[in-house]
Design a binder for this molecule. Structure first.
Ligand code: MRU
Length: 358
């Protein structure tokens, strides 16, 4: 199946060429496909903060390239470059608070740096590490896509009616996608009758990014308002809700785009299965439960403005952009190390001892 998945891949959003990071500007999609070039760590941190790139794995990959740019600049400036580099690590770490991949990649780049810092030219080793992080995310996605399809097959026959939330495809990852990777693979296997895509307020990642990405591959989907999801589960024969994750805790609680939690509650009520697809780099065993996750809140202005038109309401706004889905509402967490059904702390700990399957 792997070769068929690769052949179907049409969208690329992150490229590293000649010591420069190129990003497809996700704020402009689907209207315009504009690439932006970054040659400084400050630029990369700003691209993450301002949502040029979004989706937890994609953010982590960009941070790895950001470290390469930072090391290059600090080495060129001379002096105590290692001490100065701390500022760059902090800048990247603070760019978005919730996603786990960002911190996972920064730790991995830091470990690599520790091993090569005394070499005559450590930059090449760090660049190789960043490229490996990017490539292994893509491989993880291909593995998860196959595992997700097997899981669906095991539990139910065809045809599948799937519902997803936010953007979890090639745009939000190293390539192919997490939840959208599974959906795409199931579609290529001829298992899918329909895919519902929550529009995902307020940034509309579903209707602007997921729908666009599926259209690039000629795959049909139906966009719905987030608040229609329960009604769709009740009336349209949804078999699986398939979502990504930004950070997964030691007990299997899942942090993901706000609205995911209410999907899980509704799925439980309607007897719809609930699958989370995320690589093990999103699992943070230092967080015992969802209570420990720092959930990003964004400006109220995002809700008081529609298409550039202020709504004129002078009211207080609460705009959390992630929420926590408790483990007991989740049927399966699909990772590149394997699938955890009905997750709990013991099963998560066992998973983390396993090797990657690719
Ligand atoms: O706030 P964003 O646009 O970065 O949100 C993207 C998501 O939350 C995705 O659903 C997520 O990162 C899941 S994995 C690609």
């Amino acid at each position: 199946m792997r070769d068929r998945l690769l052949a179907a891949e049409k969208v690329k959003a992150i490229e590293w060429r000649d010591s420069t990071l190129y990003l497809l500007d996700q704020r402009k999609l689907p209207r315009e496909q504009a690439w932006v070039a970054y040659d400084s760590v400050a630029g990369v941190a700003e691209a993450i903060r301002s949502m040029v790139v979004r989706g937890a794995p994609a953010i982590g990959i960009c941070a790895a390239y950001g470290v390469v740019l930072a090391v290059g600049a600090r080495l060129a400036a001379g002096g105590d470059w290692l001490a100065a580099l701390e500022e760059d690590f902090n800048l990247l770490a603070d760019s978005r608070p919730t996603g786990g991949h960002l911190h996972w990649t920064l730790n991995r780049m830091r470990e690599r740096l520790e091993r090569v810092k005394d070499q005559a030219s450590p930059l090449a080793a760090l660049e190789t590490e960043a490229l490996a992080i990017h490539e292994s995310d893509r491989e993880a996605n291909l593995t998860m896509a196959q595992l997700g399809v097997e899981l669906i097959r095991r539990h139910q026959g065809n045809p599948q009616v799937l519902l997803t939330h936010c953007n979890t495809g090639a745009l939000g990852s190293g390539g192919f996608g997490t939840a959208l990777g599974v959906i795409r693979a199931a579609w290529l296997e001829g298992m899918v009758e329909r895919v519902y895509v929550d529009e995902t307020r307020p940034w509309l990642q579903g209707s602007r990014l997921t729908a666009w990405e599926l259209a690039q591959e000629g795959m049909a989907c139906i966009v719905n308002t987030d608040s229609a999801a329960a009604h769709i589960m009740k009336t349209k024969g949804v078999t699986w809700v398939v979502v990504g994750a930004d950070r997964i805790c030691a007990n299997g609680d899942v942090t993901s785009k706000v609205g995911t939690y209410q999907l899980a509650v509704n799925a439980m009520h309607h007897g719809v299965r609930f699958m989370v697809v995320a690589s093990s780099s999103s699992i943070d065993m230092t967080l015992l439960s969802g209570e420990d996750v720092l959930l990003e809140e964004r400006e109220g202005a995002e809700l008081l403005d529609v298409g550039g038109q202020p709504l004129g309401a002078l009211v207080e706004v609460f705009n959390p952009v992630f929420d926590v889905t408790p483990a007991d509402l989740i049927d399966a967490i699909v990772t590149e190390k394997g699938v955890v059904e009905r997750p709990d702390a013991a099963k998560m700990a066992q998973l983390m001892c396993r090797k990657r399957l690719h």
